[in-house]
Design a protein around this ligand. Structure first.
Ligand code: MRU
Length: 352
């Protein structure tokens, strides 16, 4: 199952809000449909959001009706700001948009050529993301012992990326390499990406996976059942502080207490070299109804006050290593991430 399908000039987004009960695709013919799909998590996961945003900007570029490069530049920037504001934490969104803007502003071509060039760039981002995910799997699999139980959180599989995934790519590659891998999957409140999406993917791949409630994670660590924790990331600051699905920080604290290695797996497009540390990462807050009425079932009194950050920050000192497609980064991350986080080190096409 792929989250984003691009073929014959048509973009289809798998509506992940319906999984695992229904497999339905959204025909994305307009940037506003893509924005809405990102907002309501029909398409989600940092890399997948970046890819979808790139197509959104390429589609929006077709609507601009002017031959004046300055007016064109203004309008396309406005579209990029609009698309970029939909989900603030995953830096892949802004990374992809900035990459398209750089392409548009090269101005070695006429304004009329820009929409097609942006579409090619969006296609390139999709193709590169798939390769990055394979690289993360190859690099990370070597960190896992031959017999190993991993705990993971949220969804980091093909559904969250172009294909293969990030943390899940490490798990699946290790299993494909002949390692005996078991996985504890946090259900991931409030939207259950672990239960709905990760379990679907791991079972389909024949991985030995067991679902636990988020609050069971500390107990399985205490019982000595877990050899490593691996999660994805939505933004990695220059010093290694990492934003990921809320609950990740708690896992890192528990892992540290129980002396279990805690790994982050992410493409270099998730590293934000302009963000010095976790305090500077904007944290998205979600609709309280996602907590009080999950999937339309009211579980709290009407008017219950809710605080619902979608992500939290794991400080760098709790992270054992950061696995990217370019290699494994170890502390001090401020140094080791520098090469991966620069434009030279990140996945990008050569002609920008
Ligand atoms: O709110 P979501 O479902 O978009 O959150 C996704 C996550 O937090 C993932 O762990 C993260 O994006 C890494 S995905 C490869």
């Amino acid at each position: 199952m792929r989250a984003i399908e691009w073929s014959n000039g048509r973009l289809k987004l798998l509506d992940q809000t319906l999984l695992p009960n229904k497999v339905e695709y959204i025909e994305a013919t307009d940037h506003s449909i893509i924005m809405d799909s990102i907002k309501r998590l029909a398409v989600r996961g940092a890399p997948a959001i970046g890819i979808a945003a790139a197509f959104a900007l390429a589609f929006a570029a077709r609507k601009i009706r002017t031959d004046d490069p300055n007016i064109y530049a203004n309008e396309i920037r406005q579209y990029a700001d609009e698309i970029g504001s939909v989900r603030p934490t995953a830096v892949n969104l802004r990374w992809a948009l900035d990459r398209l803007l750089r392409k548009a502003f090269a101005f070695t071509w006429s304004v009329g050529q820009i929409p097609d060039l942006l579409l090619s760039e969006a296609e390139a981002i999709l193709a590169e993301d798939i390769e990055m995910c394979k690289g993360i799997g190859r690099n990370g699999a070597s960190l896992l012992p031959d017999i190993c139980t991993v705990l993971t959180h949220c969804n980091t599989g093909a559904l969250a990326t172009g294909d293969y995934g990030t943390a899940q790519s490490v798990i699946v590659t290790a299993a494909e390499n002949g390692k005996k891998i078991r996985v504890y999957v946090d259900e991931t409140r409030p939207l259950f990406q672990g239960a709905r999406l990760t379990m679907t993917e791991l079972l389909a791949r024949g991985i030995d996976a067991t679902l636990i409630t988020d609050s069971t994670a500390a107990f399985v660590m205490q019982k000595g059942f877990v050899d490593a924790v691996i999660t994805g990331a939505d933004r990695i600051a220059a010093n290694g502080d990492t934003a990921n699905k809320v609950g990740t920080y708690g896992l890192a604290v528990h892992a540290s207490y129980h002396r279990i290695p805690f790994y982050i797996a992410a493409p270099t497009s998730t590293i934000d070299p302009d963000c010095p540390d976790g305090k500077h990462i904007p944290i998205e807050e979600r609709d309280p109804k996602e907590v009080t009425e999950p999937f339309g079932l009211r579980i709290a009194p009407v008017d219950t006050p809710v605080y619902s950050p979608a992500f939290d920050i794991t400080p760098a000192h709790l992270i054992t290593a950061i696995i990217t497609e370019r290699g494994i980064s170890y502390p001090p991350f401020i140094k080791s991430l520098r090469i991966f986080g620069t434009e030279e080190g990140r996945g990008r096409s050569d002609d920008n």
